[in-house]
Design a binder for this molecule. Structure first.
Ligand SMILES: *[C@@H]1O[C@H](CO)[C@@H](O)[C@H](O)[C@H]1NC(C)=O
Ligand SMILES: *[C@@H]1O[C@H](CO)[C@@H](O)[C@H](O)[C@H]1NC(C)=O
Ligand SMILES: *[C@@H]1O[C@H](CO)[C@@H](O)[C@H](O)[C@H]1NC(C)=O
Ligand SMILES: *[C@@H]1O[C@H](CO)[C@@H](O)[C@H](O)[C@H]1NC(C)=O
Ligand SMILES: *[C@@H]1O[C@H](CO)[C@@H](O)[C@H](O)[C@H]1NC(C)=O
Ligand SMILES: *[C@@H]1O[C@H](CO)[C@@H](O)[C@H](O)[C@H]1NC(C)=O
Length: 543
């Protein structure tokens, strides 16, 4: 098939995918002859199976195709055959990005920007939003979610099995032990003024607590679950959608010793363990690829691969050569690793058009054949056609983050960080306002050459941070076309551009939804629910 035929076919992506697969099959036998009208590929699924990998805290420099000092062959295999996203933005922390994946909106539009929904928080991704699971379900997919949810579980209505997923296997909170699957939370008792620590298991098979996996590393558990779903799937009956949100490679730094031993060449100990976590993850992704091939589904599977935010440098992650860390607005915090691979991708290339986490819902819904309509107004756009054809992105801007100053005391001491910050990318420009870092420490770093808690500079994988120059205005402007590493702040030289982008932020800000961040609810204590973190509020108790 020549390029123009391919582009033409893109006008009807559903057909294209079926045809594309068809054509690939035919090409093997008959040198590219077009398929006959109405010919079936023998698979009831006329749309692709979709696996969406969401890797937690995966940094720009944490995969070998992008320069990591360890090898990730199975991830590279997919990426190198696919379309690498080179200007793809996510939020700077996990729940906001995952909210964008699930609801196709900017996090600020859901009261979620900058906040991580952690244990015992009585809120969620807004319950009146259509989710990605809902859309794929509507398109006729069997829908599955594995791994981290982190979009709220205060009542059952907020949990994945009530939000468009036929099955769920994983945990509801933000992070936990990889082996015991336990996590904790703390609150201060208002009468005694004492700290109360709550701990419990957070692991589920659908809606039932899963207690049989104590001691088994989550990367193994989740991979095996995915493989079982693939083996059990009847591809002649319906297409398969798997939201595969691995726990890896978020802290805590834990991996079975054999994987750490594969990383003996790395001298920095936290980076070595992190590398071990990547070795297990890469093996797991390889196992899933093998399983898809063995099941006959591979030829009709689309792979989406994405991080949720940048790497956490002091927990082994790395964003070199990009600037900054997870939870910062620098590129290392928000320019995400991502690619698409598999059916529909005609040749490998690097896509330089802008994309955002919120684009997956409209894009995958379209690929799957669902209507574009959702209850919420979307910020995401369907980029499928432009992405596949390597043409100009329908996006010229991405609102990276927008946090109005808080009016209430934050629930968690670390949350003082999210005070009045905003960042926007428009064409080649990126404007940052407020505190770009995660600790409000931009002006406080003094030791050049060591690693700060939340780096604003450039951290080499060896752990050495080069500090940025001081900036007392709390306004930064970068021309990312010429300065992708954010070395030269040009806000003083381009006041007109600063003003234009600031006004754009003001336009968004005029409609922002107030941040939702109720404090940890003591009633969430897993001690009250058999030692397992569980929904604790009945539907009728909160309107
Ligand atoms: C991958 O499969 C191999 C062979 O079955 C198994 O030994 C290994 O534990 C699997 N790895 C993961 C991460 O599931
Ligand atoms: C994709 O488009 C860019 C410019 O937009 C171009 O430089 C690059 O060569 C294209 N790649 C392919 C494989 O067409
Ligand atoms: C969802 O509920 C919130 C709060 O009541 C409301 O502001 C918003 O408009 C609703 N959104 C949709 C899509 O119905
Ligand atoms: C930064 O320094 C200022 C002035 O010394 C201090 O008030 C502030 O608490 C420091 N911030 C952090 C995050 O250390
Ligand atoms: C930190 O050190 C590097 C050289 O190692 C230098 O280029 C950079 O300007 C220094 N940063 C500051 C803020 O002194
Ligand atoms: C957004 O609006 C709020 C008032 O609602 C204001 O306090 C804040 O400074 C604005 N933020 C930005 C980035 O303009």
């Amino acid at each position: 098939m020549n390029w123009s035929t391919f582009v033409l076919l893109l006008a009807a992506p559903i057909l294209v995918l079926a045809n594309q697969h068809h054509i690939d099959e035919k090409r093997k036998h008959s040198h590219g002859a077009a398929p006959a009208e109405g010919e079936s590929n023998g698979d009831a699924a006329q749309v692709p199976h979709i696996i969406m990998y969401v890797i937690d805290d995966l940094g720009w420099n944490d995969v070998s195709y992008n320069g990591a000092e360890f090898s990730t062959p199975n991830i590279d295999f997919l990426a190198n055959a696919g379309i690498k996203l080179n200007q793809y933005y996510v939020n700077r922390v996990c729940s906001p990005t995952r909210s964008s994946f699930m609801a196709g909106r900017y996090a600020y539009n859901m009261g979620q920007d900058g906040n991580v929904i952690t244990n015992g928080h009585p809120y969620s991704l807004p319950l009146n939003h259509t989710t990605l699971g809902d859309k794929m379900k509507e398109a006729g997919y069997s829908t599955h979610a594995i791994g981290k949810w982190d979009l709220g579980y205060y009542k059952w209505e907020a949990t994945p099995t009530r939000r468009g997923f036929d099955t769920f296997y994983g945990y509801y909170n933000a992070d936990e032990d990889y082996f015991t699957h336990k996590c904790g939370a703390m609150y201060v008792n208002t009468t005694t003024k004492k700290r109360v620590v709550m701990t419990g298991v957070d692991f589920r098979n659908n809606e039932d607590p899963e207690v049989d996996q104590n001691g088994v590393y989550s990367t193994h558990v989740f991979t095996e679950q995915a493989e079982e779903l693939i083996m059990a799937h009847n591809a002649t009956k319906e297409p398969f959608f798997l939201y595969m949100a691995y726990q890896a490679v978020h802290g805590p730094l834990e991996a079975p010793q054999k994987y750490i031993d594969m990383c003996a060449h790395i001298s920095r100990m936290d980076r070595r363990i992190f590398c071990g976590m990547m070795m297990a993850l890469d093996e797991g992704i390889g196992n899933i690829t093998k399983r898809l091939k063995a099941s006959g589904m591979w030829e009709n599977t689309l792979i989406v691969f994405t991080t949720d935010n940048g790497g956490q440098n002091h927990v082994g992650g790395n964003n070199w050569p990009l600037r900054g860390n997870k939870a910062t607005m620098w590129e290392g915090g928000v320019r995400g690793i991502g690619f698409v691979s598999g059916v529909g991708v005609s040749k490998p290339f690097v896509y330089n058009g802008l994309m955002h986490a919120s684009d997956w819902l409209p894009t995958l819904a379209k690929v799957g054949g669902a209507t574009p309509a959702t209850k919420q107004v979307l910020d995401g756009v369907n980029v499928w056609q432009e992405l596949m054809a390597n043409t100009t992105s329908p996006r010229s801007e991405v609102l990276i983050t927008l946090n109005p100053p808080r009016t209430t005391k934050p629930a968690h001491p670390n949350q003082h960080q999210f005070l009045g910050t905003a960042a926007i990318r428009m064409e080649n420009w990126k404007l940052i306002l407020g505190e770009p870092d995660c600790a409000g420490a931009a002006q406080n770093e003094t030791t050049n050459g060591t690693l700060s808690k939340c780096p604003n500079g450039w951290v080499h994988p060896s752990g050495i941070e080069v500090l940025p120059p001081a900036n007392s205005d709390n306004v930064w402007l970068f021309d990312l076309d010429t300065d992708p590493l954010e070395k030269n702040d040009v806000h003083a030289q381009h006041p007109d551009v600063v003003e234009k982008l600031r006004q754009r932020i003001e336009t968004f800000n005029a409609t922002h939804i107030n941040q939702v961040e109720p404090p940890v609810d003591p009633a969430s204590n897993p001690a009250l629910t058999g030692g397992v973190w569980s929904p604790w509020i009945k539907d009728e108790e909160l309107a």
